[in-house]
Design a protein around this ligand. Structure first.
Ligand code: COA
Length: 397
């Protein structure tokens, strides 16, 4: 008898939909690789700029190429004035992810090469997006707080410039390095929901900005990039809680999820979470705020204990669990944690968009067009009888 493989209504879990040369995950062993390099190696030795180059171009740059790449990102930070004017008109309560999603098409409108569909032109668009997204996120934060946006500082690195634009203070080099590592860790992650959204959109031959706007929308959801902000909200809510295991138990018994735990692919601890956990511990000591790390540990232990009792032994912390406390201690407001994810993931999104557009891992480009099975109202092939609205029975009859 043929074995039936259930693929419908499973969110495409475990179904390969494309080949990619960009990143690889071993969910059983907790391995993440970008273009052949282990994430641990990149987090220890690389920079976000170099990692972005690697993702976009396929190999590590030599010194000259890296310097040129950084120079180009730094030179592309200027955001057109009309975008600041649009930001200034947005209602101040607009979520930073909605602002970002609304602003990406405005960046398209100001790109002089929008219609040029060569690989090189798309890399240049990617550089503009990588350079400008942090500027927009920081500008919106200042505008909504009644402050004037700051001008980028060409002497600061990518991470350092973002912290400067946000706070107006020159950041300390250790925090800049820690944030840079966070950006490396979030830069790519195979066919996650937002990357798939980007690829699906550009498979229609839409431009890179259309793909990225879709990616930002997908990332905003609590089951994807929105989880880090919710982890921080949870930590703040339970700060005064005396009995964390009892709180976790109540939470799970009432059918709620513990944010930052579980993953669609990892069935063991996310390798990025291990690095962020150690960073959270270290920053807790540095800033005298170890309560967030301590609380996170208690939630993790209690949740894993409860999951084990129910046989759910594969649920472990993901990238969002410890990045929440890390970002909080760096002074990043809760609702900027997901935009910060976008600031990093833009590198991976653009690399995937280019791979999709130019069929770099397949024979030729292909439009995504899955099938669905119709399970709705059906009156036969001639269709249902259409009654004009005035002759239709009222719902209350
Ligand atoms: C990420 C996530 C959507 C992965 O989902 P998935 O692989 O499809 O796994 P499922 O949602 O099917 O979960 C399998 C089971 O574990 C439970 N589960 C998964 N994550 C859980 C969590 N964080 N807290 C409580 N229960 C969880 C599910 O309720 C489900 O239980 P059931 O079989 O009794 O219905 C899920 O783990 C989640 O919602 N986590 C919290 C949000 C989060 O941190 N997202 C960021 C991901 S990087």
């Amino acid at each position: 008898m043929n074995e039936t493989v259930r693929i419908k209504n499973t969110g495409l879990r475990g179904i390969p939909v494309a080949d990619t040369k960009i990143s690889f995950i071993d969910g059983e062993q907790g391995i993440l690789i970008y273009r052949g390099f282990r994430i641990e190696e990149l987090a220890e030795k690389s920079s976000f700029a170099e990692t972005a180059y690697l993702l976009l171009n396929g190999d590590l740059p030599d010194k000259k190429r890296l310097e040129e790449f950084i120079r180009r990102i730094t030179a592309e930070r200027a955001v057109p004035d009309f975008i600041y004017e649009c930001l200034a008109k947005m209602p101040e309560q607009t979520s930073p992810m909605d602002v970002l999603q609304a602003t990406v098409p405005l960046l398209a409108a100001s790109d002089p090469e929008l219609a040029e569909e060569t690989r090189d032109a798309n890399v240049r668009k990617a550089i503009r997006l990588i350079a400008r997204i942090p500027v927009i996120v920081a500008a919106w934060h200042r505008i909504r707080n009644g402050l004037a946006p700051l001008q980028p500082d060409e002497n600061l690195s990518h991470a350092g410039n973002f912290l400067w634009l946000l706070t107006g203070k020159k950041p300390d080099p250790e925090t800049v390095r820690d944030l840079d590592v966070c950006l490396i860790l979030h830069a790519d992650h195979t066919f996650n929901a937002s990357t798939f959204a980007c690829r699906e959109v550009v498979s229609t031959k839409a431009h890179m900005y259309a793909g990225v706007a879709a990616g930002v929308g997908a990332l905003s959801g609590p089951l994807h990039g929105g989880a880090n902000a919710r982890v921080m909200k949870m930590l703040m809510e339970i700060e005064a809680e005396k009995d964390i295991p009892a709180w976790v138990k109540r939470q799970l018994e009432s059918g709620k999820k513990i944010m930052g735990i579980g993953h669609a692919v990892y069935k063991t601890t996310d390798p990025r979470a291990k690095i962020l956990k150690e960073m959270s511990r270290r920053l807790g000591g540095k800033f005298g705020e170890s309560k967030w790390y301590d609380l996170s540990i208690q939630v993790e232990e209690a949740a894993l204990h409860e999951f084990e009792k129910n046989g759910k032994t594969t649920l472990k912390p993901n990238v969002d669990f410890y990045s929440a406390s890390v970002y909080h201690m760096m002074g990043i407001p809760g609702d900027l944690m997901t935009p910060l994810f976008a600031i990093a993931r833009i590198a991976g999104w653009c690399a995937h968009i280019i791979e999709e557009k130019f069929a770099e891992a397949q024979e030729k480009p292909a439009l995504y067009r899955p099938e669905s099975e119709y399970v709705g109202n059906y009156c036969g092939k001639l269709g249902c009888v259409y009654e004009p609205v005035n002759e239709r029975k009222s719902a209350n009859d």
